[in-house]
Design a protein around this ligand. Structure first.
Ligand SMILES: C[S@@+](CC[C@H](N)C(=O)[O-])C[C@H]1O[C@@H](n2cnc3c(N)ncnc32)[C@H](O)[C@@H]1O
Length: 579
């Protein structure tokens, strides 16, 4: 380290109150040898010591088409190869020979990341670097450099760049491209999230680190690499921060299998919601993600109706707020399923950190565990937020239902009475299980489900038990509810859902336009059901009530109003949202 410090001083760097040392874990860092005050310059580096793209490019212009990283990495490898002959030798010499980023993990170590975003992404990142490296080998003709280059050294150099670089913009503010640059000395400080510190270029000839707070003698002096998540820190720097306040989980929305893919993509683009990648933080779910999911879970009627409103300038239809109870419940259900799927993969993993036999492995396992635990915690927190939102929406729906505030089908952009807490990402109770139970109770009160109608209407349940065997009842929830809609529409005035049925029987808008292609399918279903329903033991409908038209109507109402959800016993259920 002395050689490095002398080299820096000889070349005009200053760092009068800084000592290079290692902490108890052997991590190199910078420590204050005297008190440092806010706004004091901690270290300054003459820009002539920068290893920039410009420098690497002047040295190896043939690598130009490959971009900044390839040029910088090749330059570093060459200087390392030159050894003491290199001007940068004192700097190259203090660079770690090994940086434990996932690029360097063994197969066993990679298995610790299985199921995480990083686990999926590393291979493609390695392939990209390998292609870059093969291109370099093709381009480089200098015999000496060819001898120096190897894949292992290329990975080392890429790790050095990702773990120590700064934005090239610091020295070239007019540069339009995103490039990296290495600043010896300035890159010797470790990271602490939210650390107050400034990077300042002085008269285009010096880069300074300026203290943002008071630092006592003996304390480590931290830099701030920016608001980096553990995923970014692990891949780029080889470490993670416990309880990292800047951590996030990436959620990518997959729309490709949606039958209305083109229309929805078009609507998303009109609403400026085309970005399908989102970052969920502790206590924060981006509102754009919720808005996007509202579009993605729209059924055909909601989509048509919403687009109509969208085209008329007179209606205030804001996708940043719930657009309807069914749509909102479907959105929250879809989102919670997405979170649960991600979480389940991670939850079964704790016991997989076995077979650790070296300090290196235990360090890697520790970082993987911090990363995975952080992901789990953020996902669990997001799930609690979503369940809390579901409770608010369900309570509002029940209130509206009790006060008979049932408006026009397809229940899109009717005013929803939610309170201001809805968008606050509040998780007033964090215990997921109590949230699930509360949600289940509310869903049971609000929805028309097969369980409910079979329990409360003996005539209906007797008929259904005649038509379907016990085993089929769960898998035929859709058909049972479709039949129930016809059954209940025979005596609306006695129905518990009288207002809903009053609205539903008047609805004919959608099926005339949209059901053409479904007619054949429904005719087949009708022909299948008709003999079963005509069985003298099945007393479901008055004579001539069960017609193909009625079946089309009830299927249409069912599709406009139903949601699928998972109940507290993890059973997939279907329900009709009656408002
Ligand atoms: C810019 S360098 C900092 C100086 C480096 N520790 C050294 O000895 O040269 C970044 C590297 O330092 C280490 N590092 C920085 N901040 C850290 C932290 N908070 N915890 C653990 N390691 C850290 C990581 O190995 C990272 O790749």
């Amino acid at each position: 380290m002395d050689e490095f410090a002398n080299w820096l001083i000889e070349n005009g760097a200053t760092f009068p109150k800084v000592k290079f040392d290692k902490d108890e874990d052997g991590i190199g860092g910078c420590y204050a040898v005297q008190p440092i005050h806010p706004n004091e310059i901690i270290a300054s580096l003459p820009l002539k010591l920068t290893i920039s793209y410009k420098l690497a490019h002047e040295y190896l212009p043939i690598l130009d088409p490959l971009g900044c990283r390839a040029a910088l990495a090749t330059f570093l490898i060459h200087e390392r190869f030159l050894g003491k002959l290199s001007f940068y030798h004192p700097y190259i010499n203090i660079l770690p020979k090994y940086i434990p980023t996932p690029l360097m993990y063994t197969e066993q170590e990679m298995s610790w990341l299985k199921g995480t975003n990083l686990g999926y992404g590393i291979e493609s990142r390695k392939e990209l670097l390998k292609k870059e490296f093969d291109e370099i080998l093709k381009i480089v003709s200098n015999g000496e450099l060819i001898n120096a280059l190897s894949w292992e050294l290329y990975l080392w150099a890429c790790n050095i760049i990702s773990s120590r670089c700064f934005p090239n913009k610091l020295i070239d503010p007019d540069d339009v491209e995103v490039k990296e640059a290495l600043f010896p000395l300035i890159d010797c400080f470790n990271h602490r999230p939210r650390q107050k510190i400034t990077w300042e270029t002085h008269e285009r000839c010096e880069l300074r680190l300026v203290a943002g707070n008071y630092i006592e003698t003996g304390q480590q002096i931290y830099n701030n690499y920016g608001a980096k998540s553990n995923e970014e820190l692990l891949i780029g720097y080889g470490f993670c921060i416990l309880n990292n306040p800047d951590d996030w989980v990436i959620i990518k929305v997959n729309i490709s299998l949606d039958p209305q893919y083109d229309e929805k993509l078009d609507l998303l683009s009109k609403l400026e919601l085309s970005e399908l990648k989102h970052f969920i933080k502790r206590g924060h779910i981006p509102s754009n993600l919720l808005s996007q999911l509202r579009v993605l879970v729209m059924n055909s009627a909601e989509l048509i109706y919403f687009k109509k409103l969208q085209d008329s300038q007179y209606v205030d239809n804001n996708i940043n707020d719930p657009i309807g109870y069914r749509n909102e419940l479907a959105m929250l259900e879809t989102f919670s399923n997405l979170l649960k799927m991600k979480l389940e993969v991670l939850l079964g993993r704790d016991n997989e950190f076995i077979g650790i036999s070296s300090a290196r492995e235990s360090e890697i396992a520790r970082n993987c565990k911090i990363y995975i635990d952080g992901q789990k915690e953020i996902l669990t927190n997001a799930l609690a937020i979503i369940y809390s939102k579901e409770l608010i929406i369900l309570k509002a729906a029940l209130n509206d239902s009790k006060s008979n505030r049932i408006l026009k089908l397809p229940f899109v952009c009717n005013k929803i009475n939610i309170n201001d807490n809805y968008n606050s990402n509040d998780t007033s109770f964090n215990d997921i299980n109590s949230l699930i139970l509360a949600k289940d109770d509310l869903l049971n009160s609000l929805l028309i489900t097969t369980d409910k109608v079979m329990k409360f209407d003996k005539t209906f349940s007797n008929a259904i038990n005649e038509i379907f065997s016990k085993e089929l009842i769960d898998s035929e929830q859709d058909t049972i509810l479709i039949l129930y809609l016809i059954y209940e529409s025979q005596h609306i005035e006695k129905s518990e859902w009288m207002l809903f049925f009053n609205v539903a029987v008047k609805y004919d808008d959608f099926y005339t336009q949209q059901y053409e292609e479904k007619i054949q399918e429904l005719t087949d279903l009708y022909n299948e059901l008709q003999p079963l329903i005509c069985n003298p033991n099945v007393k479901l409908f008055d004579k001539d009530v069960f017609s193909i038209d009625k079946l089309i109507w009830s299927t249409c109402i069912f599709e406009i109003c139903s949601i699928t959800f998972t109940n507290k016993n993890k059973k997939q259920c279907v329900g009709i949202v009656p408002l």
